[in-house]
Design a binder for this molecule. Structure first.
Ligand SMILES: C[S@@+](CC[C@H](N)C(=O)[O-])C[C@H]1O[C@@H](n2cnc3c(N)ncnc32)[C@H](O)[C@@H]1O
Length: 330
């Protein structure tokens, strides 16, 4: 089941009422320690939250992630001024609780990403995957080339592709590139659209591209207002479109149309085999017949090779293509 997730709209976060917020959600601290109260989640309640998160997103959290889940949902408990985890779960179950789903998922998602994240794969993408496909499109007189960053987080991956296309001199020529990023996390999408990054995110961007396509703001460290940032120039931002997308949602995913290359990196790791199979099927449905899917380098979809199977071996990268229809599951 994939539940619809309402888009979070700005909501005033009510400060926790004294005497209400912490009740039932914290453990006592050892005397004399400075550590903040650590919220504790009972095993039964953890499973309820984990099941809801799974139904909403396909992400599977086991009991050993209880502290992580507790610390994240505690932020929502505080923001809403509720008594504790039990009250939050009751709210989520209530008719008005649906409006909260997006906020919950925004807290739970792990948005770690950065520009030029895996150089060997990007080299293979550029030389062995993209260019042969571009030549094929020219020969077919297909002048539109679509690339998807599925689970795009704050946009670093999609903008990396845009920078590479610019650098290769492919932009503004015969083929029109359409770059789309989707993610379940609204907060990450907002950041992607803003295109403002910290040093951590841009540290792998080649200096020539950094100078050409980013506006550097040193931040006002003397007055302690703002911090150093790099803002993408409009010519790069305009190449990319970001939209909400749950990889588990077949109907809305397929409405995105077909793509020539799909990046789906570092998200399948959060899914169990059942959600993974559904996502892989959705990705295959989005792929042109001769298109490619690229995963994170530590991910594998071996059990789903009846849907997407590894193409010929590329240097330092595995690209997946659609398995022929009727391929049996092994
Ligand atoms: C670790 S980031 C990966 C970002 C980027 N692909 C990369 O490799 O640098 C994982 C992203 O997956 C997103 N995500 C998790 N579940 C999702 C789902 N069901 N549909 C779409 N995005 C999802 C999260 O919001 C998060 O931004």
């Amino acid at each position: 089941m994939t539940l619809p997730i309402a888009t979070p709209s700005p909501m005033p976060s009510s400060p926790a009422s004294p005497g209400l917020a912490a009740a039932g959600s914290s453990t006592p601290q050892a005397p004399g320690t400075m550590a903040p109260n650590r919220p504790q989640l009972s095993e039964a309640l953890f499973h309820k939250f984990a099941t809801l998160i799974y139904e909403l997103s396909g992400m599977r959290f086991e009991l050993n992630k209880s502290y992580f889940i507790a610390s994240k949902i505690d932020l929502r408990v505080q923001a809403l001024g509720l008594k504790g985890f039990e009250a939050y779960y009751t709210y989520l179950e209530s008719p008005s609780g649906r409006a909260e789903y997006g906020f919950l998922i925004d807290e739970i998602t792990i948005n770690e990403t950065f520009f030029f994240r895996h150089e060997p794969q990007l080299q293979a993408f550029r030389d062995e995957i993209l260019m042969p496909l571009v030549f094929a499109r020219r020969a077919q007189r297909q002048m539109r080339f679509r690339i998807l960053s599925a689970a795009s987080s704050t946009g670093d991956e999609l903008y990396t592709i845009a920078l590479m296309l610019k650098d290769m001199g492919l932009v503004g020529k015969d083929i029109t590139f359409e770059l789309v990023g989707t993610d379940i996390c609204h907060d990450a999408l907002e950041k992607a659209r803003a295109g403002v990054y910290r040093k951590y995110n841009i540290r792998n961007v080649p200096p020539s591209l950094l100078n050409l396509y980013f506006e550097h703001s040193p931040g006002a460290s003397a007055t302690n207002i703002g911090s150093e940032s790099w803002t993408l120039k409009p010519e790069i931002k305009q190449m990319c479109r970001f939209m909400e997308g749950n990889l588990m949602d077949t109907v809305r995913t397929q409405a995105l149309g077909k793509f020539d290359i799909i990046f789906c990196r570092n998200v399948l790791i959060y899914f169990d085999e059942i959600s993974k199979e559904k996502v892989v099927r959705n990705l295959a449905g989005l792929l042109n017949d001769d298109g490619y899917v690229l995963l994170g380098h530590s991910e594998n979809i071996y059990s789903q090779r009846h849907i997407l199977r590894p193409d010929k071996v590329h240097t330092n990268a595995i690209a997946y293509t659609k398995a022929p229809p009727g391929t049996p599951k092994l």
